[in-house]
Design a protein around this ligand. Sequence first.
Ligand code: AMP
Ligand code: MG
Length: 317
Amino acid sequence: MKTEILSPDASAIDRAARALAAGEPVALPTETVYGLAANALDPLACARIFEAKDRPLSDPLIVHLPSVDWLERIATPDDLALRLAEKFWPGPLTMVLPRRAVVPDLVTAGQGTVAVRMSAHPVFRAVAEAAATPLAAPSANRFGRISPTRAEHVLAELDGRIGIIVDGGPCAHGIESAIALVADGGIEILRHGPITAGELAEFATIRSAAHRGIATPGSLKSHYAPLTPLDLVGGLSGAIRENTGLLAWHPVSDVAGFAAIEVLSLAGDLREVAANLYAGMRRLDERGLARILALSIPEEGLGAAIMERLKKAATRE
Ligand code: AMP
Ligand code: MG
């Protein structure tokens, strides 16, 4: 299959919507990372997402709604979920809620819950509205690899496996949505993301993640990972530098001897770090070095979400 990258004009939006209606998966920009979208109510279309990504069927998909009124058609939100949707949608918060029967088992991995969100990206929204159906859309990378934050990353991951990539430029947040299990008047954070624990805590008690046997990215130790072995370090004294790439979240002075360096934010600003994280990791990975060292980040606010990704990238199983 030939893979085309389209500029995000009206004809691209129309072509993407027609491909989706025909059951084909299409790569679309979101404000978090690029997603590989398919009609969430069509199990055959969703099967093609799993096939293109080599994704195991045990890993459920997030459903992106064309509008808020779809929420009660695919899930049964309680008051808290409705308030969270009102505050954070469209935006990078995914809620895990009791499902309705219309959602295919393939999308939920057979669970009684469905993960839902609404993207704020204008191109994604335009395609979802034109397709007029919820879209299942995991990140547009092969399973376990680094999430794409630019159209060319999607091409590197899925060339020949999908027909269309709509280019919306670099993703604003650069890391995946926060995933919150909303139940019994409380919130469990299943994956940290651009909406932080502090922001969610204004709405309800944050319970520790008991996980309740739910399939989440947290249940996989290795994810978001480069092919080059990556190690997380607190500092650089005594570090091996030969044939080693450095992934630094702020500028550091003691860098002699490293083969390549990616500074993710000159000001050490965590929003900028998140937005540049995967592109920087990917550039170092492409150098074919012996190892990548990543500097640890304080685990507060957005730092918790970034460190969650770095820890999984550093896990080799
Ligand atoms: P991504 O591949 O980045 O789109 O991540 C999707 C993730 O959402 C999956 O790996 C799951 O961990 C999580 N997810 C999707 N559906 C559910 C669900 N019903 N319950 C819990 N987590 C879910
Ligand atoms: Mg993913």
